[in-house]
Design a protein around this ligand. Structure first.
Ligand code: EPU
Length: 416
């Protein structure tokens, strides 16, 4: 299993190019199931989760051609309407094939995802929504069996805001008969990016970017070209790295208009930023000011940045409080950060952090994707050597993070 060896204490300096967003690319790849035409995608990030999704889609009969960050999909010969347990257990986003397969072929068999490191993460809202659209759904032997003659548009109000739930229902509704209204829809920029692609494929969607999506079903969708949106979480992760370790870096290929919550908190921490049209220059010349926050749905503070901001708070000049409201078990990084000398206590879904002057390197273990990124940030700020184990989590969602960090002066090496 690969590990990362990091010698902390180096200031960061130079440029980093931000990749396409994982959480936009995954649903967008699944949209390839909705049409017999060619989907020509660019800015597709180089990630394990993308490779897993392409493998899963390939098994259905979707034709996949990949050339670097360009991926072309063709869904004219799909025969296997299934997502097996072996794939779903490694990547929950596999559930995103359910809506498209059902809507286009009237049938799908998708393994139920199990629990996961950050919470129980049920998919009841996906199922409830598809049933409202007229699907017959049964669960047997750990599989969701879904069937329908033709989905029929209706009004769906989800019990809570769900990102992949909205995406699944949105994709399904594009091919349903009549009008579907999705109330309480997720407004995350990744949902919006998927909606823009669907419109380019011939879907009729109103209210894009709002919590009320109105979809007029069409008989079929056609091929389209689309560039995946820039990864706001990757960009904010590198900004946290410079906030914790100090230095002067410039991020390229960013979308600063979708990063307000994170940028506001980084400014509060003392990060000096010059925002360009698609770039951010970030300078940090002092100890960070602690920031307190609660995670919420977009446009609020993203749960996918909670751990990385906590890493900066561990070395901040004072105390802070972080509350996680989206997932019930997303503090697995706390114990690992405390092994580096951080002073964090938790009470339920709130963490209380007392900033320390200096973290000290130690062996630590990554437990999920964003927790792994937070440990890398803490290690960059720490004195001495940190060995981060189980970085396969990191590879799932960050495009060659150690290569990008080395290029800006971090002492970070992958050990096979
Ligand atoms: N929920 C339910 N029932 C459902 C769906 C969701 O109870 O049917 C609950 C979840 O358990 C959770 C909350 O609703 O407590 C929100 O979950 P959501 O469905 O929005 O999460 P997701 O769609 O499974 C996506 C991202 C996550 C990100 C969350 C929240 C993808 C592929 N994944 O997950 O990304 O944390 O939205 O923004 O888009 C990551 O990239 O590290 C990551 C975990």
């Amino acid at each position: 299993m690969d590990k990362l060896l990091i010698q902390g204490g180096k200031r960061l300096s130079g440029e980093i190019s931000i990749s396409g967003a994982k959480n936009a690319a995954l649903p967008i790849l699944c949209a390839g199931l909705l049409t017999a035409g060619d989907l020509e995608l660019s800015n597709v990030p180089h990630l394990h989760d993308v490779a897993t999704m392409l493998k899963l889609l390939g098994q259905t009969g979707l034709k996949v051609a990949q050339d670097g960050e360009r991926v072309t999909l063709n869904g004219s010969a799909i025969t296997k309407l299934e997502a097996p347990y072996e794939m779903v257990k490694t990547m929950r986003a596999s559930i995103l094939v359910l809506g498209p397969l059902l809507a286009r072929f009237g049938e799908a068999k998708v393994s139920l995802p199990g629990g996961c490191a950050i919470g129980s993460r049920p998919v009841d809202q996906h199922i409830k929504g598809l049933q409202a659209l007229g699907a017959e759904i049964s669960i047997e032997g750990g599989y969701i069996y879904a069937k329908c003659k033709k989905l029929k548009g209706t009004r769906i109000v989800t019990d809570m805001i769900t990102v992949t739930g909205t995406e699944n229902l949105l994709m399904a509704a594009t091919l349903a008969e009549g009008e579907t209204i999705l109330e309480n829809a997720a407004r995350e920029p990744e949902v919006t990016d998927l909606a823009h692609l669907l419109v380019a494929m011939g879907a009729k969607i109103e209210g894009i970017g709002t919590d009320r999506l109105v979809i007029q079903g069409v008989p079929e969708l056609h091929g389209a070209k689309h560039a995946v949106i820039s990864d706001r979480i990757e960009a904010a992760t590198f900004l946290c790295a410079v906030a914790a370790a100090g230095g002067d870096i410039t991020l390229r290929n960013t979308r600063t208009d979708i990063m307000d919550a994170a940028l506001d908190k980084l400014r509060e921490m003392g990060l000096e930023m010059t925002i360009g049209t698609d770039s951010i220059r970030a300078q940090m010349h002092r100890r960070p000011t602690p920031v307190s926050f609660r995670t919420t749905e977009y446009p609020g503070f993203p749960t996918d940045m909670q751990a990385q901001f906590m890493a900066v708070n561990t070395v901040a000049d004072g105390a802070s409080r972080v509350t996680e409201t989206i997932f019930e078990n997303r503090f697995m990084h706390v114990q690992e950060m405390n092994r580096l000398g951080a002073a964090i206590e938790t009470d339920g879904n709130t963490a209380f952090i007392k900033g320390v002057e200096q973290l000290i390197g130690a062996p630590v273990m990554a437990t999920d994707l964003r927790a792994s990124a937070s440990l890398v940030i803490a290690a960059l700020a720490a004195r001495g050597e940190t060995l981060v184990d189980r970085i396969y989590h990191l590879d799932r969602g960050y495009d060659r993070m150690e290569v990008k960090l080395s290029a800006v002066g971090a002492d970070i090496r992958r050990i096979k």
